[in-house]
Ligand binder design. Sequence first.
Ligand code: ADP
Length: 796
Amino acid sequence: MAEVKERKKRVTKKNSNKKDIRRIPCLTLRGLTVFPYMVLHFDVGREKSIAALEKAMIEDQELFLVTQKDAKDDDPGFDDIYKVGTVSKVKQLLKLPGDTIRVLVEGIRRGRIVEFVSRKPYIEVDIEEEKEDDGKEVTLEQEALMRSLLEVFEDFVKLGSKVSPDTLISVNSVENPGQLADIIAANILVKMEDKQNILEAFDIQERLEKLYDILVREIQILEIERRINQRVKKQVDKLQREYYLREQLKAIQKELGERDGIGDEIEEYQKKIEEANLPREAYEKAMKELDRLSKMPPGSAEVGVIRTYLDWIVELPWNTETEDNLDLKNAARILDEDHYGLTKVKERVLEYLAVHQLTQHMKGPILCFVGPPGVGKTSIARSIARALNRKFVRMSLGGVRDEAEIRGHRRTYVGSIPGRIISFMKQAGSKNPVFLFDEIDKMSSDFRGDPASALLEVLDAEQNYAFRDHYLELPFDLSKVMFLTTANTLDTIPRPLLDRMEVIHIPGYTEEEKLHIAARYLIPKQTKQHGLKEGSINIPERVIRDIINHYTREAGVRNLERQIASICRKAARRILETKQERVRITSGNLKKYLGIPLFWYQKAGQQAQEGIVTGLAWTAAGGDTLSIEVVTMPGTGKLVLTGQLGDVMKESAHAGFSYIRSKARDFGIDPSFYNNMDIHVHVPEGAIPKDGPSAGITMTTAIISALTGIPARSDVAMTGEITLRGRILPVGGLKEKVLAAHRAGIAKVIIPAENEKDLADIPDNVKRKVKIVLADHMEQLLEHALVELPGPQKPD
Ligand code: ADP
């Protein structure tokens, strides 16, 4: 509003040197200070002010303008106004609508009130006016002050105060120091008190100094203000830029028909997280990740990583449980429904479930089903889950050698996901499934860490309520899970793991058992699975036996089931092609379905031969027969052993050999045979590694047969460890071995006397067909194994 009117340096001399007191109408201003040389307009509305204005207009148009201390005061008294003001000339009047008058005034010179004359109808005061100082020499000090003042004023303007640059140009040409100070003071926006202070400085030097101080202070304030502004602006700029870019991206995505950016997704995740009923720690972590996601520019690689992580968290069954069916009768019914025989196993499982039901927790030992493949270990576990009405998941540990497979990789790995435990828990969808670790004996460890120790933690009831996966980085409760394990052999299970497990052996099946399993379970199951009507395939008992004996060679029934499946496939095709209702499989047409027989067991009754004896072996696939061959030839007494024999087996061959040497005479063998003869023992099949002491007596018998020339019976098989003195020590895996002998049509099996206790496990029908002989010394054995007993060498 204020604007400078430059005045000539030499102002009118009208009042020069006038010292008199002057009576003048006074107008009080609200929040406004008028300086000499200043032209401004303001609106007048108060009655008193208008009266003062009228009085001035009647006289010389001069008016004393003074600021009131409180702008809100409508009728200020004498004490409520400052004593110093400006005598001003009214230049123009303009009547505005209402009773308001707009006046244009020009400040002329300072005046100080010496006397208040009256308050009504307008304020009238006696004032003492400032003296004109024109013509006075400008002192050096004033000159210096003027220069400094101009400099700071320039800075002040540059710093962005609301002074027009024109003002800067015009003040530069002012030579009168008092006038300069007044013009500058009029043009700066400072506090009213500051302005009044300058107005009250009649002394020019004092006025210049005061103004200088005020300007310096204002510059400081402006600089601080500018710094703050810059900081704020920077932030605002950044946010605005991001906002703008995001909006742009949204628009682009919309154009492309993609979903509405990340915003919708965040909302969706938020909903999912709320609904997932997460434990506190998981909830907090999920929210933190979500927050990170929302701050992430869409399209960055990290977004995908966070998204996958959140998906895992919301999909895991943190608090979802299925209700157990605790009815033991029901459990027994289901186990019987799914499996033939296995009485002991079923009983043990039911006991386990009963204890579990009574104790209401899972802290007991973990069941481990041990046995050859295909004997129903996995399917028993599946039945347990069905009986309890729990979800079932199966994780194969075969070939697991890396701890990360169990525990996952940290998220810093590219493409990392949780370990298999957590993956399977997600698949189960409940926190209390039956979790089967299959083939726990096939797990190995190497430099990538020991999976067994991670598994230990999983199986340990004291620790598994807070299982930590490397990827999730959150504790997950596995304490409600029912863990079961299976293995083919106990030998390779790490000791600490084995200690936590209760082993249930499931040995192989006899032909009879297989027959029942096939007829009652496998054939109906496969018929159904192949979409055939019940009874549409007829496989008589004799044919099933043929399949068992000539198309499979196993302790379990896995291949048997496969062969039956393949019959079903072919039968299905036949039924469709020929529109037959039923297909009958006979011994005659079996070849058409299964091809030529794969196995022919060496049947008893073949000719007895020298140096060939049948042994019995235990393998991970069940028991098997093994024919050991020995030949003698002229040489220097070497004992050659072939057929990939392990150290223990080689040593027991040597033990047998020494026993024969020490007893040579008793067997009718030339005691110096080892001087001029080499003996070669071979155990087929040559490519399969074998070990263990249980072939000791078999090898010894074969050597004796070869050396004495007495043939060994081909329908006798044997198993047992030998000592140097010819004693027979007990061996393991007896049931499997006897079953294998039975399969092979062996009539008599010789076993160590101390193994008598194991005979209880052998099914009666097998015992009926295979004669079992207990022997605790080689001498007892030879009587059964050789066609005639070797006698002491007759003296020549
Ligand atoms: P494993 O886990 O011991 O290798 P599986 O459980 O896979 O063996 O069994 C192979 C097949 O044999 C399955 O279809 C299973 O149902 C069947 N089976 C095994 N034992 C029996 C049994 N006693 N009664 C009925 N079916 C059986």
